[in-house]
Structure formats: structure tokens, C-alpha cells
Design a protein around this ligand. Sequence first.
Ligand SMILES: O=C(O)c1ccccc1N[C@@H]1O[C@H](COP(=O)(O)O)[C@@H](O)[C@H]1O
Length: 212
Amino acid sequence: MNVRVKICGITRSEDARAAWDAGADALGLNFYPRSPRYVEPGPAAALARTRPALGSVVGVFVNESPVTILARVRECGLTAVQLHGDEPPEACMGYGVPVIKALRVRGEEDVERARTYVGAGDVAALLLDGAAPGYGGGGVTFDWGLVARLTDAGVPVLVAGGLTPGNVAEAIRATRPYGVDVASGVESSPGIKDVDAVRTFIRAAKALNLGE
Ligand SMILES: O=C(O)c1ccccc1N[C@@H]1O[C@H](COP(=O)(O)O)[C@@H](O)[C@H]1O
């Protein structure tokens, strides 16, 4: 198993560097203006420049216009975009980078809806999140037992929603995902990462890589 770890909602350069140093595979920069983790394009570009040679910087968008997404990809050097709103399958292309399509999971019907994105446009992975009010970053888990319907079919899935240093290992064992993603579960306050929690989270996730 080689589970990748994405630390999402980075707003400060010290948090970015700490996450890379702790072994993060990807950082997420949030371009949804209503998020407490929102970053303006200028500071986001500076955060993206902390990226090591093999790291990935993912821009998170919610129902954003393609023109704006393309502009952020170019000015911030994003290596992937995460579409975390109500974007249909046909909107998941045209950015010149891989698309991670996020879906909030309440039950089986949402997993079936997720299937409609497999192979659509530039979708390279699905991100399954809990169904908190709003679009994301809500700290709510979902029924991890539903993930096997996708991973058993070879779909790359990022598990997100309510992950913490304390439950990430259990989430990985239950879902055997392509990766895990966390925002609020490693923060001292919204947008401010707790560096010790980031380190513990990554260590817990990567320990399973070493164990198998
Ligand atoms: O973090 C946010 O504020 C956010 C806002 C809008 C869309 C997505 C957002 N974050 C994503 O939500 C998941 C789950 O967050 P959490 O770990 O439960 O707090 C996270 O992986 C981000 O990719």
C-alpha cells in the first residue's frame, strides 16, 4: 500500500514548509472565497513556490468559473485542481492539469453518482468527503464501508472528511485508498495548522505504507 497524503487549506508559508518536511505528498490551496481557508492568488502563488521537486499543489474550487480556474492554475503553478462543488462531469476538463472531483457522501446513491465521473474529462481521482453543511472542510466523516465499491473497481479515491491523527489509520485500513486528505483535523483554528498534528497525521498514514 502506498497511501498519499494531502494537507489541505494551507494559508501560511511556515505551515506549508512544515507539511512538506513532514512528508506530505500534496498541499491544498483553497480558492473558495467563503472558506475560512481562502487564500488570495498572490499569497497562494508564494505558497505554491514552497513545492519540492516531487510535491503537488492542488487548487480547491467550488462552482468557480473555468476562466478563473485557468487563471489560478497559471499564476500559481497548480499541479492539479480539486472541484469541490456541484460541477457536472462535462466541467471536469480543460485546465491542463489533472482534476480531482470531490463528492459529499450521505449514502449509496452518492457513491453511484460518483461513478458517473469515472473516466469523465480529465478526472484522475475522486475525493469522497462527509456531508457537512456547506461544501467542505466540515470535519464530518462518512460510511467508509461504501468506498470499496469504487476502490475494488480500481478507481483512485482520496478519502476525506473528518480525518484526524487519531482516525486516519483506521480510515486507510477500512478503505485502502489512493490517498487521504485533511483540513480541519490538523488545525488549531480554521486556516492555521497545528504542526504537531500535521506531523502525527502524516506519520500515522505513512506507517501503514511501511507496514505492508
Ligand atoms: O476546507 C474548506 O474550507 C473547504 C471549503 C470548501 C470546499 C472544500 C474545502 N475543503 C476540503 O474539504 C475536505 C474535508 O475537510 P475536513 O478535513 O473535514 O475539514 C478537505 O479534505 C478539503 O479538501
